[in-house]
Design a protein around this ligand. Structure first.
Ligand SMILES: NC(=O)c1ccc[n+]([C@@H]2O[C@H](COP(=O)([O-])OP(=O)(O)OC[C@H]3O[C@@H](n4cnc5c(N)ncnc54)[C@H](OP(=O)(O)O)[C@@H]3O)[C@@H](O)[C@H]2O)c1
Length: 303
Protein backbone atom coordinates (compact mmCIF):
# COMPACT_ATOMS: atom_id res chain seq x y z
CA UNK A 1 0.00 0.00 0.00
CA UNK A 2 1.61 3.31 -1.02
CA UNK A 3 2.33 5.32 2.13
CA UNK A 4 0.76 8.53 0.87
CA UNK A 5 -2.79 8.23 -0.43
CA UNK A 6 -5.55 10.60 -1.43
CA UNK A 7 -8.54 11.08 0.89
CA UNK A 8 -11.90 11.70 -0.79
CA UNK A 9 -14.29 12.45 2.07
CA UNK A 10 -16.21 15.69 1.42
CA UNK A 11 -14.48 16.09 -1.92
CA UNK A 12 -17.48 17.53 -3.77
CA UNK A 13 -18.95 15.66 -6.70
CA UNK A 14 -18.03 18.53 -9.01
CA UNK A 15 -14.42 18.54 -7.86
CA UNK A 16 -13.45 15.01 -6.96
CA UNK A 17 -12.96 13.59 -10.46
CA UNK A 18 -10.64 16.49 -11.33
CA UNK A 19 -8.73 15.99 -8.08
CA UNK A 20 -8.30 12.24 -8.63
CA UNK A 21 -7.20 12.83 -12.24
CA UNK A 22 -4.66 15.43 -11.13
CA UNK A 23 -3.49 13.20 -8.28
CA UNK A 24 -2.91 10.22 -10.57
CA UNK A 25 -1.09 12.44 -13.08
CA UNK A 26 1.36 13.69 -10.46
CA UNK A 27 2.04 10.25 -9.01
CA UNK A 28 -0.56 9.30 -6.38
CA UNK A 29 -1.27 5.57 -6.57
CA UNK A 30 -3.49 5.12 -3.51
CA UNK A 31 -7.07 6.42 -3.26
CA UNK A 32 -9.18 6.14 -0.12
CA UNK A 33 -12.92 5.96 -0.83
CA UNK A 34 -16.13 4.94 0.90
CA UNK A 35 -19.71 4.32 -0.17
CA UNK A 36 -20.96 6.84 2.37
CA UNK A 37 -18.85 9.65 0.84
CA UNK A 38 -21.40 9.65 -2.00
CA UNK A 39 -18.79 10.27 -4.71
CA UNK A 40 -17.54 6.83 -5.76
CA UNK A 41 -19.11 7.21 -9.23
CA UNK A 42 -17.06 10.39 -9.82
CA UNK A 43 -13.90 8.79 -8.42
CA UNK A 44 -14.57 5.85 -10.75
CA UNK A 45 -14.84 8.16 -13.78
CA UNK A 46 -11.37 9.50 -13.05
CA UNK A 47 -9.94 6.01 -12.50
CA UNK A 48 -11.44 4.83 -15.77
CA UNK A 49 -10.10 7.80 -17.73
CA UNK A 50 -6.59 7.33 -16.31
CA UNK A 51 -3.87 5.49 -18.16
CA UNK A 52 -2.39 4.15 -14.91
CA UNK A 53 -2.56 0.33 -15.06
CA UNK A 54 -4.96 -1.15 -12.51
CA UNK A 55 -2.24 -3.25 -10.87
CA UNK A 56 -0.30 -0.07 -10.00
CA UNK A 57 -3.26 1.36 -8.10
CA UNK A 58 -4.35 0.79 -4.53
CA UNK A 59 -8.05 1.48 -4.06
CA UNK A 60 -9.72 1.25 -0.66
CA UNK A 61 -13.44 1.43 0.04
CA UNK A 62 -15.52 0.91 3.16
CA UNK A 63 -18.60 -1.06 4.12
CA UNK A 64 -21.22 1.31 5.52
CA UNK A 65 -22.79 0.65 8.90
CA UNK A 66 -26.19 -0.30 7.46
CA UNK A 67 -24.81 -3.22 5.42
CA UNK A 68 -22.99 -5.27 8.04
CA UNK A 69 -25.51 -8.12 8.16
CA UNK A 70 -23.81 -11.00 6.30
CA UNK A 71 -26.39 -11.08 3.48
CA UNK A 72 -25.78 -7.37 2.78
CA UNK A 73 -21.97 -7.40 2.70
CA UNK A 74 -21.30 -8.75 -0.79
CA UNK A 75 -24.04 -6.62 -2.44
CA UNK A 76 -22.54 -3.52 -0.75
CA UNK A 77 -19.07 -4.38 -2.01
CA UNK A 78 -20.40 -5.08 -5.50
CA UNK A 79 -22.17 -1.72 -5.43
CA UNK A 80 -18.90 0.07 -4.66
CA UNK A 81 -17.14 -1.92 -7.40
CA UNK A 82 -19.84 -0.90 -9.89
CA UNK A 83 -19.63 2.75 -8.85
CA UNK A 84 -15.84 2.76 -9.01
CA UNK A 85 -15.82 0.81 -12.29
CA UNK A 86 -13.47 -1.83 -10.87
CA UNK A 87 -13.34 -5.64 -10.87
CA UNK A 88 -11.76 -5.81 -7.45
CA UNK A 89 -10.77 -3.59 -4.52
CA UNK A 90 -7.35 -3.66 -2.91
CA UNK A 91 -8.84 -3.10 0.52
CA UNK A 92 -12.35 -3.10 2.02
CA UNK A 93 -12.80 -1.87 5.58
CA UNK A 94 -15.64 -2.13 8.07
CA UNK A 95 -16.18 1.64 8.33
CA UNK A 96 -17.26 1.80 12.00
CA UNK A 97 -17.87 -0.67 14.81
CA UNK A 98 -21.41 0.70 14.82
CA UNK A 99 -24.45 -1.06 13.38
CA UNK A 100 -27.35 0.77 11.72
CA UNK A 101 -30.68 -0.69 10.59
CA UNK A 102 -30.42 -1.77 6.97
CA UNK A 103 -32.66 0.98 5.58
CA UNK A 104 -30.95 3.79 7.52
CA UNK A 105 -28.03 5.81 6.15
CA UNK A 106 -27.68 8.17 9.15
CA UNK A 107 -29.51 7.66 12.46
CA UNK A 108 -32.38 9.99 13.22
CA UNK A 109 -32.99 8.47 16.63
CA UNK A 110 -31.45 5.91 18.96
CA UNK A 111 -33.83 3.27 17.54
CA UNK A 112 -31.91 3.32 14.24
CA UNK A 113 -28.78 2.05 15.99
CA UNK A 114 -28.34 -1.66 16.76
CA UNK A 115 -25.86 -2.96 19.31
CA UNK A 116 -22.34 -4.03 18.43
CA UNK A 117 -21.55 -7.53 19.60
CA UNK A 118 -18.61 -9.83 19.04
CA UNK A 119 -20.90 -12.38 17.36
CA UNK A 120 -22.18 -9.71 14.95
CA UNK A 121 -18.64 -8.54 14.18
CA UNK A 122 -17.58 -12.10 13.38
CA UNK A 123 -20.54 -12.65 11.05
CA UNK A 124 -19.63 -9.49 9.14
CA UNK A 125 -15.99 -10.55 9.07
CA UNK A 126 -16.84 -14.02 7.74
CA UNK A 127 -18.90 -12.43 4.96
CA UNK A 128 -15.92 -10.22 4.09
CA UNK A 129 -13.66 -13.28 4.05
CA UNK A 130 -16.03 -14.86 1.52
CA UNK A 131 -15.59 -11.75 -0.67
CA UNK A 132 -11.82 -12.27 -0.58
CA UNK A 133 -12.30 -15.93 -1.58
CA UNK A 134 -14.55 -14.77 -4.43
CA UNK A 135 -11.79 -12.47 -5.73
CA UNK A 136 -13.77 -9.25 -5.19
CA UNK A 137 -11.24 -7.78 -2.78
CA UNK A 138 -7.57 -8.48 -2.02
CA UNK A 139 -7.40 -7.37 1.62
CA UNK A 140 -9.91 -6.65 4.38
CA UNK A 141 -9.57 -4.57 7.50
CA UNK A 142 -11.13 -2.33 10.09
CA UNK A 143 -11.72 1.36 10.59
CA UNK A 144 -12.35 3.12 13.90
CA UNK A 145 -11.90 -0.18 15.77
CA UNK A 146 -10.12 -0.32 19.12
CA UNK A 147 -7.49 -3.04 19.58
CA UNK A 148 -10.05 -4.73 21.86
CA UNK A 149 -12.48 -4.99 18.94
CA UNK A 150 -9.80 -6.16 16.48
CA UNK A 151 -8.61 -9.04 18.68
CA UNK A 152 -11.68 -11.33 18.22
CA UNK A 153 -11.22 -11.09 14.44
CA UNK A 154 -7.66 -12.33 14.88
CA UNK A 155 -8.74 -15.05 17.28
CA UNK A 156 -11.63 -16.40 15.22
CA UNK A 157 -11.21 -15.31 11.60
CA UNK A 158 -9.48 -17.28 8.88
CA UNK A 159 -8.09 -14.08 7.33
CA UNK A 160 -6.51 -11.52 9.62
CA UNK A 161 -7.19 -7.79 9.22
CA UNK A 162 -4.57 -6.33 6.88
CA UNK A 163 -5.10 -2.71 7.90
CA UNK A 164 -6.42 -0.72 10.84
CA UNK A 165 -7.50 2.74 9.69
CA UNK A 166 -7.86 5.19 12.56
CA UNK A 167 -7.69 8.91 13.20
CA UNK A 168 -4.03 9.72 13.78
CA UNK A 169 -1.97 12.93 14.03
CA UNK A 170 0.29 14.56 16.63
CA UNK A 171 -2.67 15.28 18.95
CA UNK A 172 -3.80 11.63 18.78
CA UNK A 173 -0.66 9.57 18.29
CA UNK A 174 -2.31 6.19 18.87
CA UNK A 175 0.82 4.54 20.26
CA UNK A 176 -1.21 1.68 21.74
CA UNK A 177 -2.78 0.90 18.36
CA UNK A 178 0.55 1.31 16.58
CA UNK A 179 2.39 -1.08 18.89
CA UNK A 180 -0.46 -3.60 18.83
CA UNK A 181 -0.62 -3.57 15.03
CA UNK A 182 3.14 -3.82 14.69
CA UNK A 183 3.13 -6.90 16.92
CA UNK A 184 0.29 -8.51 14.94
CA UNK A 185 1.54 -7.61 11.45
CA UNK A 186 -1.32 -5.21 10.71
CA UNK A 187 -0.60 -2.01 8.74
CA UNK A 188 -1.91 1.28 10.17
CA UNK A 189 -3.39 4.10 8.10
CA UNK A 190 -4.02 7.50 9.67
CA UNK A 191 -7.02 9.62 8.70
CA UNK A 192 -7.66 13.29 9.43
CA UNK A 193 -3.87 13.85 9.41
CA UNK A 194 -4.31 17.62 8.94
CA UNK A 195 -7.07 18.03 11.50
CA UNK A 196 -10.03 17.54 9.13
CA UNK A 197 -11.05 21.19 9.13
CA UNK A 198 -13.61 20.56 6.39
CA UNK A 199 -15.71 18.09 8.38
CA UNK A 200 -19.37 19.06 8.99
CA UNK A 201 -19.87 21.99 11.35
CA UNK A 202 -21.82 19.93 13.88
CA UNK A 203 -18.67 17.85 14.38
CA UNK A 204 -16.57 20.89 15.33
CA UNK A 205 -16.15 21.67 19.02
CA UNK A 206 -15.76 25.11 20.45
CA UNK A 207 -12.14 26.01 21.14
CA UNK A 208 -10.73 22.87 19.50
CA UNK A 209 -6.98 22.93 18.86
CA UNK A 210 -5.61 23.55 15.38
CA UNK A 211 -2.89 21.24 14.14
CA UNK A 212 -1.70 23.29 11.19
CA UNK A 213 -1.17 26.35 13.42
CA UNK A 214 0.62 24.73 16.34
CA UNK A 215 3.75 26.82 17.09
CA UNK A 216 6.02 23.74 17.18
CA UNK A 217 4.70 22.54 13.82
CA UNK A 218 5.06 26.03 12.33
CA UNK A 219 8.62 26.36 13.66
CA UNK A 220 9.59 22.92 12.38
CA UNK A 221 8.16 23.71 8.93
CA UNK A 222 10.15 26.92 8.80
CA UNK A 223 13.35 25.21 9.92
CA UNK A 224 12.93 22.39 7.38
CA UNK A 225 11.94 24.80 4.61
CA UNK A 226 8.58 23.13 4.10
CA UNK A 227 4.91 23.59 5.02
CA UNK A 228 3.10 22.66 8.26
CA UNK A 229 1.01 20.10 6.33
CA UNK A 230 4.18 18.46 5.02
CA UNK A 231 5.54 18.19 8.58
CA UNK A 232 2.35 16.44 9.73
CA UNK A 233 2.39 14.02 6.80
CA UNK A 234 6.16 13.44 6.99
CA UNK A 235 5.73 12.63 10.67
CA UNK A 236 3.16 9.93 9.83
CA UNK A 237 5.30 8.35 7.12
CA UNK A 238 8.50 8.49 9.22
CA UNK A 239 6.63 6.55 11.93
CA UNK A 240 5.90 3.78 9.42
CA UNK A 241 2.20 4.48 8.98
CA UNK A 242 0.38 5.35 5.79
CA UNK A 243 -1.63 8.53 5.57
CA UNK A 244 -4.47 9.77 3.36
CA UNK A 245 -4.79 13.58 3.34
CA UNK A 246 -7.77 14.94 1.41
CA UNK A 247 -7.28 17.78 -1.02
CA UNK A 248 -8.94 18.93 -4.21
CA UNK A 249 -6.44 21.75 -4.71
CA UNK A 250 -3.66 21.04 -7.26
CA UNK A 251 -0.92 22.86 -5.30
CA UNK A 252 -1.81 21.16 -2.03
CA UNK A 253 -2.09 17.75 -3.76
CA UNK A 254 1.49 18.20 -4.93
CA UNK A 255 2.69 19.50 -1.57
CA UNK A 256 1.12 16.56 0.25
CA UNK A 257 2.54 13.92 -2.08
CA UNK A 258 6.05 15.38 -1.74
CA UNK A 259 5.77 14.96 2.03
CA UNK A 260 6.06 11.18 1.57
CA UNK A 261 9.81 11.80 1.12
CA UNK A 262 10.21 14.01 4.18
CA UNK A 263 11.93 12.06 6.95
CA UNK A 264 11.77 13.67 10.37
CA UNK A 265 14.90 13.42 12.53
CA UNK A 266 14.85 11.70 15.94
CA UNK A 267 14.99 15.15 17.55
CA UNK A 268 11.94 16.36 15.60
CA UNK A 269 10.06 13.14 16.36
CA UNK A 270 10.72 13.76 20.05
CA UNK A 271 9.33 17.30 19.79
CA UNK A 272 6.16 16.02 18.11
CA UNK A 273 5.86 13.24 20.71
CA UNK A 274 5.30 15.98 23.28
CA UNK A 275 2.18 17.24 21.47
CA UNK A 276 -0.01 14.18 22.11
CA UNK A 277 -3.19 15.06 23.99
CA UNK A 278 -5.34 12.06 22.94
CA UNK A 279 -7.61 14.50 21.15
CA UNK A 280 -10.09 13.18 18.60
CA UNK A 281 -11.42 15.58 15.96
CA UNK A 282 -13.86 12.83 14.89
CA UNK A 283 -14.95 11.38 18.18
CA UNK A 284 -18.03 9.50 16.94
CA UNK A 285 -20.37 11.48 19.19
CA UNK A 286 -23.00 11.33 16.44
CA UNK A 287 -23.54 7.63 17.30
CA UNK A 288 -24.31 8.53 20.90
CA UNK A 289 -27.87 9.73 21.45
CA UNK A 290 -30.89 8.90 23.58
CA UNK A 291 -31.82 5.26 23.12
CA UNK A 292 -28.56 4.41 21.31
CA UNK A 293 -26.61 1.38 22.57
CA UNK A 294 -23.39 3.35 21.95
CA UNK A 295 -21.52 5.42 24.51
CA UNK A 296 -18.19 7.13 24.13
CA UNK A 297 -16.84 4.47 26.47
CA UNK A 298 -18.04 1.38 24.61
CA UNK A 299 -17.23 2.95 21.23
CA UNK A 300 -13.55 3.51 21.97
CA UNK A 301 -13.03 1.03 24.84
CA UNK A 302 -11.06 3.71 26.64
CA UNK A 303 -8.26 3.56 24.04
N1 LIG B 1 -12.29 5.80 8.28
C1 LIG B 1 -12.92 6.89 8.66
O1 LIG B 1 -13.87 6.87 9.45
C2 LIG B 1 -12.45 8.20 8.12
C3 LIG B 1 -12.82 9.38 8.77
C4 LIG B 1 -12.36 10.59 8.26
C5 LIG B 1 -11.56 10.59 7.13
N2 LIG B 1 -11.24 9.43 6.49
C6 LIG B 1 -10.40 9.43 5.27
O2 LIG B 1 -9.23 10.22 5.53
C7 LIG B 1 -9.16 11.28 4.60
C8 LIG B 1 -8.45 12.47 5.23
O3 LIG B 1 -9.13 12.96 6.37
P1 LIG B 1 -10.06 14.25 6.33
O4 LIG B 1 -10.57 14.44 4.94
O5 LIG B 1 -11.06 14.12 7.41
O6 LIG B 1 -9.15 15.47 6.73
P2 LIG B 1 -7.65 16.00 6.47
O7 LIG B 1 -7.03 15.27 5.34
O8 LIG B 1 -7.00 16.01 7.79
O9 LIG B 1 -7.93 17.51 6.08
C9 LIG B 1 -8.50 17.89 4.86
C10 LIG B 1 -8.59 19.41 4.85
O10 LIG B 1 -7.28 19.97 4.83
C11 LIG B 1 -7.12 20.80 3.67
N3 LIG B 1 -5.75 20.59 3.16
C12 LIG B 1 -5.30 19.57 2.38
N4 LIG B 1 -3.97 19.71 2.13
C13 LIG B 1 -3.58 20.83 2.76
C14 LIG B 1 -2.34 21.49 2.87
N5 LIG B 1 -1.23 21.02 2.26
N6 LIG B 1 -2.29 22.64 3.60
C15 LIG B 1 -3.40 23.14 4.21
N7 LIG B 1 -4.62 22.55 4.15
C16 LIG B 1 -4.71 21.40 3.42
C17 LIG B 1 -8.19 20.35 2.70
O11 LIG B 1 -8.61 21.42 1.88
P3 LIG B 1 -8.41 21.43 0.26
O12 LIG B 1 -9.15 20.24 -0.29
O13 LIG B 1 -9.01 22.72 -0.15
O14 LIG B 1 -6.93 21.36 0.01
C18 LIG B 1 -9.32 19.95 3.66
O15 LIG B 1 -10.04 21.08 4.08
C19 LIG B 1 -10.61 11.51 4.21
O16 LIG B 1 -10.76 12.30 3.06
C20 LIG B 1 -11.10 10.10 4.08
O17 LIG B 1 -10.68 9.53 2.85
C21 LIG B 1 -11.64 8.23 7.00
Amino acid sequence: MPALGLGTWRADKGEVAKAVTEALNIGYRHVDCAHVYGNEVEVGEALKASSVPRQELWVTSKLWNNAQRPENVRPALENSLRDLGLDYLDLYLIHWPVQLSHNVMYPQSGKDLLPWTEAHALETWNALEACVQAGLVRHIGTSNFSTKKIQPLLDNGSIQPAVSQVEMHPYLQQNGMRNYCRAKGIAVTGFAPLGSKHRPSHQHKEGEPSLLDHPEILAMAERLGTTPAAVLLGWAVTRGTSVIPKSTNPDRLRQNLAAADLELSEADLTIVEGLDMRYRFLDGCHWVMEGSPYTMKNLWDGE
